[in-house]
Design a protein around this ligand. Sequence first.
Ligand code: GH3
Ligand code: MG
Ligand code: MG
Length: 565
Amino acid sequence: MLFAALLCLAWTAPAAAKERWLEQPLCHAVTPLDAGDAMPKSFTCSGEPEDYQHASLWFRIDPGELDPSDDGVVLAIRNTRFDSLRVVFSYADGTVDRHRVRSGSFGPHASIGGQIVFNAPAREARLTAVTLRFDRLASTDLLSMRLMTRDDSSLQSTALAVTIGAALTLLVIGGVYNAFFALAARRQFPAWLSAWAACMVVWGAIWGQLNLFVLPGMAGVMSAQICTALACLAVTLATVSAVTALDDGLVPQRLRMGTLALGGAIGLFGIPLALMRSGPIVALADILGIMILADLLAVAVALGIAWRRGSREARSFAGAWSLPMLVLASTEFIDTDHWLWGGGSYLLVLCAAAWQTLWISVAVSLGYSRLRVERDMALSAEAQAHELARRDPLTGLRNRRGFIETVSAMFEQARAEDKPVALLLIDVDLFKRINDVHGHDAGDSVLANIASRIIQWEDASCAVARIGGEEFAMMVSGLPRPALARFADTVRKEIAACDHSSAIFGVHVTVSIGVAEGAQVDDFRSLYRLADEALYSAKRRGRDRVEINSAAVGADTDHRVAELV
Ligand code: GH3
Ligand code: MG
Ligand code: MG
């Protein structure tokens, strides 16, 4: 929203502003560097200047209708590569106003938005000429100069500062967010995105000349060179982040590698281009422009292919990349220099980068929250499957597997706390006969009735299970021997008292119980073996009775404790 408002303002502002862009051909002259301060005798007002990279290049500009009598005139020049620049404002009354900046020292002439500004003070007399002298200018093609009234200049500076500040803030937020996301989700592409955002922040700060507040010595050539290198590095990082966001196999390997190689080549290409002070800078910049276009195309094709194959990341990246790609590509074809209060293509790219990081951060967050929901669902399905695998479907009690898992831990803990622990194996007496006489369904119903009675004993110190066809088990902790014997017999009697009349009529169903105490053994398996022996003994001794290790409580003995043979 903020950007939309600023962009609208940016397009309407120049129409209202009284500004004059100084385009070639300008009246110019070239003199040797050591020719002194004297102005050249003649200026050529047609064609383009030549052989100026190791000389002094002069421009003489007629300010036209711009009259400094109201509030003064401002000459704004975009920072580029030169050694020094002198500006002379000449007035009709013969007075002159001189200014000078050097690479490494712009002083008060440095302005936010990559501009160097020179104020022609308001005088009674008319401003008749503006003369500029660049020493060792790298290229006239990189020059961007305009004259405007002072009011317009301060308005535009404010707009530039606000836009750059907003874009940099968004980039910082996006960069930090993606760095955290890369750490939290252990994904590679947000790390590259974060690096890209960091690169854009540094680039934006240096291009906008914010760095000069702390490091004024970076003014001029050094800043321009770092910006070139960073711009190329940013393209590399953005390419890597987009390609690594797409899963292996979604994009043909050759396209993937080719795009990465192109991105890497752009980063490397930026180094010599950044270092150049003279020579065919513009020709090389054109080659770089073609490489960037090819890179954008390769990334667009990779995203398109991955999108068609159903990649969510590709969709998010396409949304994020579309605007910066259009902006970057358009700056190759459209002259955007006059846009955005003189910020031109640089500010456009910075705003597009802020848009990109914002879009991707939102897309990544949505994708991550979707992943979390899917993961939670998978975890709960897994927990459900885990639980089902440990439950008996007929009775709902734990099955043998679930019981062993639960009671092994219980057994260990009770032993560690030196608490008595006991295992009760409960087997229905003569169950086969019930099946044979009343049918399998009636047998099932009896088992379910017994289970619903047994489950009532379950609590923190008692685990119950159906561990076989007509066999149940209970693990109890904290019961000393006399209480254990009474409990086991209560279980026997309560099960015998169950009402099965809905399934079988007039049949008394009893159980035999074998009990083993944990004090006698070190592990659960041994405990189980002892309980099984006790159960076997209870069966042999006539059923419907309890055997505790070497002792038994039974119906026929009127619950006396009997010795196990
Ligand atoms: P004992 O007193 O010696 O234990 O005699 P029993 O008949 O109970 O023992 P046996 O091992 O001979 O028979 C157990 C029967 O339990 C045999 C099998 O058909 C039946 N059974 C096992 N699982 C189920 C089940 O899920 N449902 C039903 N209805 N019957 C089952
Ligand atoms: Mg049995
Ligand atoms: Mg049985």
